[in-house]
Design a protein around this ligand. Sequence first.
Ligand SMILES: Cc1cc2nc3c(=O)[nH]c(=O)nc-3n(C[C@H](O)[C@H](O)[C@H](O)COP(=O)(O)OP(=O)(O)OC[C@H]3O[C@@H](n4cnc5c(N)ncnc54)[C@H](O)[C@@H]3O)c2cc1C
Length: 505
Amino acid sequence: MTTTAPTTAPAPGTEEIQDAGHVDVLIVGAGVSGIGAAYHLRDQFPGRTLVILDAQDNRGGTWWTHRYPGVRSDSDLFTYGYRFKPWRGPSIAAGEEILAYLDEVIDEYDLGPYIRYRHRVTAASWSTGDRRWTVEVTRDDTGQRLRFTTGFLWMCQGYYNHAKPYRPRWEGMDRFQGLVIHPQRWPEDLDLAGKRVVVIGSGATAATLIPAIAGKAEHVTMLQRSPTYFFAPPTTHELAVMLDPLNLPDEWMHEIMRRQYMTQYHWLARTSFEAPDELHTFLIESMRPLLPEGFDIDKHFTPRYRPWQQRIAVVPDGDLFAALREGKASIVTDTIETFTEHGIKVSSGEEIPADIVVTATGFNMSVLGDVAFTVDSEPVDFTERVTWRGIMINGLPNMAYVFGYFRHSWTLRVDLVSDLVVRLLANMQDKGATMVVPALRPEDTDMQLRPFSDPENFNPGYVMRSQHILFKQGDREPWTHMHEHEQEREFLPGADLDDGTLVYR
Ligand SMILES: Cc1cc2nc3c(=O)[nH]c(=O)nc-3n(C[C@H](O)[C@H](O)[C@H](O)COP(=O)(O)OP(=O)(O)OC[C@H]3O[C@@H](n4cnc5c(N)ncnc54)[C@H](O)[C@@H]3O)c2cc1C
């Protein structure tokens, strides 16, 4: 372990804030991003001291929080896996397989000793005089409060609040006699036998949960306000099946399949901009043969937005459609009028009977882990700030964040951002600088600020609901983010760190 944090905790509530020592780099979050960032830091700067803090009691972030039946990636694991660690399984993986992969990374690169669980970061204060962040932490198990200091803060906190899922309130919920469950809080011992389940939502969560429980419950109804685009590739890519007899080294397979999936996703992204109608038709028509005869595709599977304006939900081998064909699941596309004692009444007047309602309605986004930031005693209002390449924030020194791709594999960007951050640390070292801060150039000060996400480009509900609390982007480089991977993988590795938008001292 690289810090001097005490290990014995005083009685909860009685303690003063305790000094937990100083590290060169402090990473917040032990999910896919934090583990990837730690690998890259250790790889390039093995001598730097490090600690990784996570509020949860285990690694994995999203994959630890979401353990509902059937939870799985909808990205292929060759691109969702790291560049440096071959994936050996089928393209689409279950949540626990992703956790096992992360465990292998932690073990192989000896990252375990750096991670501290149940350490919730509540505040981070930068002092220019001291050239360091002071990071305040509350231990979720003991209530103990700790204070770390660090020269560089690397925020790998993900994009949503793990502790408080988005739980919309509908009329009549109080009188509903059944159970209401959020997939972020799935009860381990839930018995579905003989139960009528209504899953509210139409995104990836609903699409993975429904086939997993359809065989166990009496019936599952997917209740959606509006449809989502689905795509049903095979769980194992046909190229992987073809290559299998060649018994290639894992590294080769990983690289070949990464390139295959990247090409596929780049085509998807390009087509969504250049020929959205064709892509729309392709997606709708590829579903048609998988659905029951006479199924109302227009009503239930034809979204109101352009493909790629929201993530396309992947249903490997079409398992959601199989559940529909077998009559184990059905879809209602309508708005909820009210919960009743025994179900949900929708606007058409139909009452869907339910013993269990699952609200697969998404997340509450959080801004940089809901940490209260101050810079030289001034509280930071993120709504007035602008991103630097989707990696740093103007006016926040020695702080980088990892925000992966929403529409491609998140992890592709973890590797790219980590490369840039270690390059930045090396640049600071070369200059003898102890501080680097993105700052608007004189010509940038009157630039037009744009919302975090342009609704024309990407507009899922959880992002649109949170635009008002998120930081902004500008109208020119390098003050923009959310680029496509096909472009960013070209320009990020060569991004100029001395273009005048980063100030070194
Ligand atoms: C069910 C589900 C399926 C998904 N499938 C895919 C997919 O197939 N492909 C894809 O690309 N993306 C997918 N995503 C998106 C997914 O969130 C990202 O892929 C990725 O897991 C994010 O990793 P992360 O480490 O950045 O953040 P997270 O996984 O959110 O982990 C962040 C960690 O930081 C910790 N943390 C946050 N704030 C603090 C704080 N203040 N103090 C201490 N710790 C803190 C949290 O406790 C958490 O453990 C999916 C998301 C969900 C919910």
